[in-house]
Design a protein around this ligand. Structure first.
Ligand SMILES: [Zn+2]
Ligand SMILES: [Zn+2]
Length: 331
């Protein structure tokens, strides 16, 4: 089969590699669509430490069941449409045993630490596959993974009682978080992004207000701030807009060594809550439901998928902020 292979950071090729065969408990998925995400850029640039090279990346994907290995206990008929939760965790470390699989001491993921879905076929644990409802095509199915991350983020934030929200970053994750916030009963959501086209999509998806920079919001106060940029100065700035009793969700990925200047006095005196959210925790099945029911509609975020040969072009478009979400269709 054909697959993207990253030999080392900064160097990839479209390669001929052996077809995967399903081991015990595994299925092979024929990949329909696989999303390009910020993590893929970090893997490409050698900035995602657990990555072993060479690797085939790709962790946001859906396809059809092409082969079923031995010792698969669940019913996954050949040809069934599935989306795959890329999370791999050990199940026996202290955190797994306390229900925090996403913080597993032996955490791994399909497309991040083992072969992923920028390939015609990928072998995955059968228990990671989720059947897709009718009407959910491969490209929508490939949006389940990012939505599952956003669902976990919203759970981390806790209940919403009509709270006013400021959300920074209107890329894929920001716009999914926006839809979830609206769906979950947040009050008016103000979305901040430098790119006017993205703000137009945000308004279409339920943003009450939009702004091109935090300085436009001087003097305003919000009960919830959600950062989906990962830019430390933006996280710092948006936390300054929190009202007393406010909650901050740090969702975007900042550089590991970055710090912000959040005032401990404010955290104490104003009872500010700061919450992080890492990947997926039992939020994949709910994300399948949300897309299947149409409650969350990722279609305004999507561009026409590109073939495997245009993987480099897809990376370029993500890096340069063209469009919102790009997918590769390997065959
Ligand atoms: Zn991703
Ligand atoms: Zn574990």
């Amino acid at each position: 089969m054909r697959a993207i292979v990253l030999d080392r950071p900064g160097r990839f090729r479209v390669a001929k590699v052996p077809d995967p065969t399903p081991g015990p408990g595994q299925i092979v998925v024929k990949v329909d669509c696989c999303g390009v995400c910020g993590t893929d850029i970090h893997i490409m640039d050698g900035e995602f430490p657990p990555t072993p090279y060479p690797i085939t990346p790709g962790h946001e994907f859906a396809g059809t069941v092409a082969a079923v290995g031995p010792e698969v206990a669940i019913d996954l008929p050949l040809g069934a449409k599935v989306a795959v939760d890329p999370s791999l965790y050990c199940g026996y470390c202290r955190r797994c045993r306390s229900g925090r699989d996403n913080l597993c001491e032996n955490w791994a993921a399909i497309g991040d630490t083992v072969s992923g879905a920028f390939a015609e076929y990928v072998a995955v644990p059968a228990v990671n596959a989720h059947l897709l409802p009718d009407g959910v095509d491969g490209q929508l199915g490939a949006m389940v993974e990012p939505l599952a991350c956003a669902v976990h983020g919203l759970r981390r934030l806790g209940p919403l009682f009509g709270d006013t929200v400021v959300l920074t970053g209107a890329g894929t994750m920001g716009l999914l978080l926006l839809q979830l916030l609206v769906h979950a009963g947040a009050g008016p959501v103000t979305v901040v992004d430098r790119v006017a086209d993205r703000l137009a999509v945000a308004r279409k998806l339920g943003a009450a207000h939009t702004a091109s920079g935090l300085s436009d919001l001087d003097g305003e106060r919000f009960e919830i701030a959600v950062d989906a940029t990962g830019v430390p100065a933006v996280v710092d700035g948006v936390s300054g807009l929190l009202d007393r009793g406010g909650r901050l969700l740090v969702f975007g990925v900042s550089p590991a060594e970055a710090t912000i200047g959040l005032s401990p006095f404010r955290v104490y005196n104003d009872e500010i809550t700061v919450t992080g959210s890492m990947a997926i925790l039992r939020s994949f099945a709910p994300a399948v439901e949300l897309i299947g029911s149409g409650a969350i509609d990722p279609r305004p975020l999507l561009s026409e998928p590109l073939p495997l040969d245009e993987f480099g072009e897809a990376l370029h478009r993500v890096r340069t902020g063209q469009g919102i979400k790009w997918h590769i269709k390997p065959s």
